[in-house]
Ligand binder design. Structure first.
Ligand code: AGP
Length: 372
């Protein structure tokens, strides 16, 4: 009903607007004033977590994109090898797991059959399974060794928005917690990330307040056939997520690429006027990533693409090559997906609406996929 949608035209719009609170609620009580993490709810004893020698993340769809981002965070913070795999592939591949493997299963619903089967398979091999889940008492957390709940509140729209942002928060918490317990690389940079996390709700709010030009852009692209998304590092999974949103909501051909892969094939797709959305890493920090993507933008624009550039405030290097510029607040590189995904959600929602689609219930999709 209209009341349940809180005055918004769709659950999706309401859930996009709910994100600052969802992120804040997921952080609540888990980091103290000194920057120490308290995740006692993760009931795998620290002694066992210290013995972990590999992390494997399994998930499907949008949760898989959160898992791809988690890999960057976990490897950087803990120096443990980490792989992220689609649950539906993991199971049938004879994965190498033992009791020193920590498997992290990410699922909003906690009922996704592919993920559940992968959890069972992992536990049979002796691995410890930590679920990141948004639904209390659902099957995946019940069948896991431990659970870290995301506190996004119920997500009704089929397309995941606030659950994704809170999955990212939970993944960063897991990375930082493992780092804290294992005492690896617990330096100033990590402390900065911990501090910055508490800024994210305000930053998401700020992004939400500047979305009108993004909506106008989306409407202007309603009759296009294809939109491409490119990014590097954690911006690559963000590109995949931007493309998935457009497929599921606008029923358009959309693809995400790692920017470095363009020259290995996809650049041949680019012709006059093709919209290409580029997620630009922060020019501060690992500036080599930034420099590389600026040349990628130049390359695709030289081939006629219409560039939609998502870049940090104050990043002037991208301005000459951006047909449309979407500004996001400055964050550490690892946290950028929390703010960079928001315009892509708004973009897909508006574009779908302009095409006359029902955004809460896209055709052919179910909120939770309980078949294999
Ligand atoms: C997201 O927009 C999709 N509807 C879908 O990819 C979803 O993320 C996937 O099916 C996994 O669902 P889960 O998080 O409930 O396991």
């Amino acid at each position: 009903s209209a009341a349940e949608k809180g005055g918004y035209a769709s659950f999706m719009l309401k859930e996009i607007a709910d994100q600052p609170k969802a992120v804040a609620d997921t952080l609540l009580g888990r980091i103290d004033a000194s920057g120490t993490l308290h995740l006692d709810e993760v009931r795998i004893p620290p002694s066992e977590l210290r013995e972990v020698d590999k992390v494997v993340i399994i998930a499907c769809g949008t949760a898989f994109h959160a898992g791809m981002i988690a890999k960057y965070a976990i490897e950087h913070v803990t120096r443990l090898p980490c792989e992220t795999e689609l649950a539906s592939e993991f199971r049938y591949r004879d994965p190498i797991l033992d009791r020193h493997t920590l498997v992290v299963a990410i699922s909003q619903s906690g009922e996704t059959m592919d993920t559940l089967m992968a959890v069972r398979h992992a536990r049979e091999q002796g691995a410890k399974v930590l679920a990141i889940c948004n639904t209390n008492g659902s099957t995946i957390p019940r069948e896991s060794d431990a659970v870290l709940y995301t506190h996004a509140g119920p997500e009704v729209a089929v397309a995941s928005t606030k659950a994704f942002l809170t999955q990212l928060v939970a993944c960063y918490l897991v990375a930082l917690y493992l780092g804290q317990i294992r005492g690896t690389k617990w330096g100033d940079e990590i402390r900065t990330v911990v501090r910055q996390l508490s800024e994210v709700p305000r930053q998401v709010e700020q992004v939400l307040g500047t979305m009108e030009p993004v909506r106008a852009l989306a409407r202007s692209l309603a009759d296009r056939d294809t939109v491409l998304f490119v990014g590097r590092h954690v911006g690559y999974p963000v590109a995949l997520e931007g493309a998935l949103k457009l497929k599921e909501l606008a029923y358009m051909h959309a693809e995400g690429f790692a920017a470095g892969e363009l020259k290995h094939g996809p650049i041949a797709l680019i012709d006059e006027g093709l919209p290409v959305v580029v997620i630009v890493p922060s020019p501060r920090g690992r500036s080599v990533l930034h420099d590389k993507i600026v040349s990628n933008i130049q390359e695709i624009r030289a081939r006629g693409a219409r560039t939609v550039v998502i870049a940090e405030e104050g990043d002037e290097a991208v301005v000459p090559y951006a047909d449309h510029l979407i500004r996001i607040p400055a964050t550490p590189t690892l946290l950028q997906p929390l703010v960079a995904t928001v315009p892509l959600q708004v973009f897909a929602c508006e574009l779908a609406t302009a095409r006359g689609n029902e955004v809460d219930q896209p055709r052919n999709l179910a909120k939770s996929v309980t078949v294999e």
